[in-house]
Structure formats: structure tokens, C-alpha cells
Design a protein around this ligand. Sequence first.
Ligand SMILES: Cc1ncc(COP(=O)(O)O)c(C=O)c1O
Length: 379
Amino acid sequence: MSGGFVFSEKPIQIESGEGAYLYGTDGTEYLDFGASYAVASLGHSHPAVTEAIQEQAAKLTYVQASYPVEVRTELYEKLAALAPGDIENVWLCNSGTEANEAAMKFARAATGRSKIVATKRGFHGRTMGALAMTWKDKYKKPFEPLAGGVEFVPYGDEEALAEAVDDETAALFLEPVQGEGGIHPATAEYLERAREVTDDAGAALVFDEIQTGVGRTGNLWACEGVGVEPDILTSAKGIANGLPLGATLVKDWIAENPGDHGSTFSGGPVVCAAANATLDTIVDEDVPGHAAQVGEYLRSELEAATEEYDLPVREVRGEGLMIGIQVKRGANRVLKNLALSEQVLALPAGRTVVRLLPPLTIDESHADQFVDSLAEVLG
Ligand SMILES: Cc1ncc(COP(=O)(O)O)c(C=O)c1O
């Protein structure tokens, strides 16, 4: 049996990719406005990343993380330099869920407490710890019992935060913009309040930037847009432009007592080389600034088309190139029609939101192509 028993596979066979496009085995060109779960942040098969992977694979494919190797040290230093504020310590793993699992363990070890506060509609991954902090029952119920001690609060409710985070709390986990939950950006006041209540309680503030990070929202990290610094920041998805990498970035007070943690594949050289090339390109070419600009254009064109063609769209929301289109009909039907009639790929976020997470390198012509296709499908 194939992976199809877990994934609902689409009737599209992909062979190659370049920039914002994927190409089917039959030669069909697809505009990939989901960047394949937000992974192809610089577009598919970016030449700088491909070259870095090839060079490193020829030199050394893998060495365990207890032996320093230049390419990994370079990534540790780069991430520490790019992390918000004085977050200086880096743990590398293979996925977003593992980055959050580590964050959960580090916070519990450093505080000596077990309670975790997370948010309704939040998504943090599918392994047993990260899953316990994820809101939707659909993802959790068949696998219970999960890690205990997680309390959920409504996202955006400052009062509820203040009540839930107490002197038994190890960590508060938040996405600065909820992704899977429907593209809901937090207000600056909410994130500031989250900082205050965790400071007062001596708990760790964890920002899950797995979807929002590495330029997606128009800043390198979404929390930079509001100037609130977490104690722990988790990243994955687009950080190595297609190779599997997760990172848990932590402040000194957490790193001083993180408990015992490890993983065989932590920081493999090929993955690190891909991440170094990705991050260098993102910084050198001001990809976040570009994402902010094209994102604004795309959102305003979507709103203009909604009005001009009277499209069944309730709301367009988001930041940078993390955009949710709340439709009046089911999102899955819209996505299927976009893929099969227009050769445009995007993602759902719940039943009624079409989620756009395109490569951060798209330009206005790609945005126009998407808007025309959506108008065609919805009109
Ligand atoms: C905010 C957030 N956290 C965690 C994860 C889990 O990441 P992964 O699928 O790499 O385990 C995701 C994936 O969609 C995510 O969006």
C-alpha cells in the first residue's frame, strides 16, 4: 500500500518544478500557490539551493551532530544572528512537529513545570506532544491519550491568557498568525500581553513560526512585525527550501537547563547546506520585503475582483504571502476546480478558507494569474 492510505492523493502526477510552477508527467504546467505546504519558499528547484546540496552531498552527506562540521556551525551561527533579539541557541531536527516537541521538552525542563497553555484553532504538529497542543479533535481523538497538561484558550482573548498562564505554567504556545486554523493574524496587543503574562508567571513564551517564519508574512519572523520577542521560536517548512529541517531557537535561560534531548539526524550537512543557501538568498535579496509588497498587491487584487465580479467571498485576510480567502462555498470544491480546470494549486484551511502560501519570489504576473483563475472558478 502506498502513502495514499494516509494522504488523499490528487489525480496529478508531478515530475519536476521550477520557480512558482510544477510540471506534470504529461507536461501540464501548474501554478503552485501552496508552495507545497509552504516549503518551496524560494520557488521549486532554486539554483543556489540545488548547487549547495550537490556540492555538500559530494563532500560529506552525513556526520553525527556531536562532531562539529563547518556547514552546521555556519547554520547555528546564522540562525542565532537572524533570530529575534537575544535568542542565541539552536537545536536542529527534521520537521515542524519535532521542533515543537523539543520546545515543549525544553520549556518543561527549564521551568521544572508541566502545564502548557495553547490556543483554540491552533496547529502545532502531529506527534504525540505537539498533537496534544493542537486544537482539532479530528487530528487527536483516534490517538488519545496524548501528552497531558495542556489547557486551551480562545485565540485573541487577552483576559483568558492572563487567567490561564500561572505559576504552574511551563510554556504558552502561539502562532503569530494562525495558519491551519484559517489564517487569523494576532493583534500586536495580544502578542504584547502574551509576553507580559509569561514574564509575570516565569513561563516560556513560544512562538510557533513554522508557517509564518522565514519571510512568509513580510518580515523574516512574524513576531518582528510587532516587536515582541519570544523565549523560544520554532521554524521548519521553507527554511531549507525543500529539504527536511526543523529548528528550535531558544534563549539562554532555557538552554542552560534543557534536559536530555537528541536525534540521530539532527543537523545533517546536506540539509544545513540547503538551509544556509536558502537563508542567504532570503536575506541578501530582501525576500521578506518582496513578499510584503507582492502580498499587498495580491490581497488588493483579490478584493477588487471580489467586488468587480461579485464573487462569493466573505473575506480576504492575512499578512505578506500568507493569505486566507474565506469563501461562501466549500473550500475543497474551489480548490479542486482551481487545480483541474485552471492548473492552479492552493491549500485549504478548514472547510471554508482557501489558503495561499505561494513561493515568496512570485511577482505580480503570478498574482494576476491566480486572481483570474479564482474569478473564473468562482464567477
Ligand atoms: C504552525 C505549524 N506548526 C507545526 C506544523 C507541523 O510541521 P510539520 O508538518 O513539518 O511537522 C505546521 C505544519 O503545517 C504548522 O503550520
